[in-house]
Design a protein around this ligand. Structure first.
Ligand code: DQQ
Length: 469
């Protein structure tokens, strides 16, 4: 049977995972927490799972950091939040469920043992006088005069909102005002998991509005954020509920939950559900636009390398990339500027093409797309296309950087657009790679493909690849 469990994306040992929580670099190591149901591969009472890494790539599982109850305020779940360094004391702020109140816990020096604050919840209820669609997922940061924190929310009749609080000690909080309120019809009625960060002299607000993750770039002054531009952090539906950290190299690193796209029965049978996205580095380019690149540390996973230069593709043609096979690959393809209507890659192709997934640029629609109709012959998986606007400027090459990890595809286009999708091929021989163009010829200036190593010692390959030639 084909193994769909990724081998170089982070996951808990088993069962359910959703949002990344409280990523923090502590004493030089990266700590990642996550929403976890340790009892089943389905939704359930949420705990904070925990893992640690020295290189952002290989992770060691740690004991569960926080579990529900026995306090009334979080008896049904320890929901999403953040972790901060409070003058040397590791401190988590999270949402208690079902009370939807904001709570605090402090950790041991190694971040393994956590104690909930006796005075929890630290914010028992939303501000008076507001009719809200929700109140959860605290995200805190330090300013010169003390702490600030936003809580994900939405104002009835207006739209998604990030509510701003201030505190001197992380325990006594004063509501200030909304940091930002969106318009429901454009940006949703509820903003889950808000993240707020300074980036190259600007500020960026990232929110998860029950749909694709949105970012706003703008100005932060006087406890208000004025968005000036907005976009989608990822064009794929499965990418959701981000969280981020600032590391000691000044990098803003973001993770998200990659959801499943198969039935609950299939998730139960697999014994696991949910994948953490690869760490991405956020930056602004010279024009002030958001850029996203995979962390360079991932290159440590590169093994067998295939390299091609100057591949010509006739109009309406597809060509198998000779010798390249695998379900765990990094693919870097640079297409020369072309008049082709559609061009890109097909991955996880069976020899007869009954299964294959296309990652492509559609010139007329100006879209980056994942076409999944033939991604699996199983009727039990979602095969709708994923994608969205990506405006490749005339005369610009297309640089597609794709990470394939069995059932996960994360694609970066020119560092400007990202597209995450899920695929569940059923056939052992769905491991081929093809290039294609339609409407006009295209030329691939360079194609580099690496087989990527698993990050877990226990991970087993689904098949042996032929030895390097
Ligand atoms: N998941 C958490 C909530 C959050 C949602 C519960 C987003 O705190 O709003 O698991 O996926």
């Amino acid at each position: 049977m084909v193994n769909h469990r990724p081998c170089y994306h982070f996951q808990p040992p088993a069962n359910w995972m959703n949002d990344p929580n409280g990523p923090i670099q502590w004493r030089g190591r990266y700590h990642l927490f996550y929403q976890h149901n340790p009892q089943a591969p389905t939704e359930g009472p949420k705990h904070w799972g925990h893992a640690v890494s020295s290189d952002l790539v290989h992770w060691e599982h740690q004991p569960i950091a926080l579990a529900p109850g026995p306090g009334q305020y979080d008896r049904e779940g320890v929901w999403s939040g953040c972790a901060v360094d409070d003058a040397g004391v590791p401190t988590i702020l999270y949402t208690g469920h079902p009370s939807q109140s904001q709570c605090l816990a402090t950790g041991s020096g190694d971040l393994v043992y956590w104690e909930k604050h006796a005075g929890n919840p630290v914010i028992a209820r939303p501000p008076d006088g507001l009719q809200l669609t929700g109140f959860r997922d605290p995200f805190a940061w330090r300013e010169e005069d003390g702490w600030r924190m936003i809580v994900g929310s939405g104002i009835q009749g207006a739209g998604g909102a990030a509510l701003l609080y201030r505190s001197k000690d992380l325990r006594r909080w004063t509501y200030v005002q909304p940091l930002c309120v969106g318009a429901a019809e454009a940006t949703g009625t509820m903003w889950e998991c808000p993240n707020f960060l300074a980036l190259s002299g600007r500020h960026v607000l990232i929110v998860s509005p029950y749909g694709k993750v949105l970012y706003f770039i703008g100005t932060y002054a006087g406890d208000r954020f004025m968005p000036e531009e907005r976009g989608l952090l990822d064009l794929g539906d499965p990418y959701y509920a981000t969280n981020c950290l600032l590391d000691d190299r000044g990098r803003r690193i973001v993770w998200a939950w990659i959801r499943e796209a198969r039935t609950e029965g299939a998730q139960r049978a697999a014994g696991w559900s949910g994948v953490m996205s690869l760490p991405r580095i956020l930056s602004l380019d010279a024009g002030g636009r958001l850029r996203q690149e995979p962390a360079a540390e991932l290159q440590v996973l590169r093994r067998r390398h295939w390299q091609f230069r100057g591949i010509g593709l006739g109009a309406d043609s597809a060509a198998a990339v000779p010798g390249v096979v695998g379900d765990s690959l990094e693919i870097l393809a640079e297409f020369e500027p072309t008049d082709a209507a559609r061009f890109g890659l097909e991955l996880r192709c069976s020899p007869d093409n009954a299964e294959q997934t296309a990652i492509l640029y559609h010139s007329a629609a100006r879209m980056l797309l994942a076409e999944r109709e033939r991604s699996s012959i199983s009727p039990d998986v979602d095969r709708a296309p994923h994608g969205g606007s990506f405006d490749l400027q005339a005369g610009d090459p297309l640089r597609l950087h794709v990470f394939l990890d069995r059932s996960v595809v994360e694609a970066f286009a020119n560092g400007q657009a990202c597209l995450t999708t899920r695929i569940y091929p059923t056939r052992d021989d769905s491991i081929g790679l093809r290039l294609f163009a339609s409407g006009a010829p295209a030329s691939v200036r360079s194609l580099d493909v690496w087989e990527l190593a698993p990050i877990w010692p226990e991970a087993t390959r689904t098949r042996s690849l032929p030895p390097p030639t």
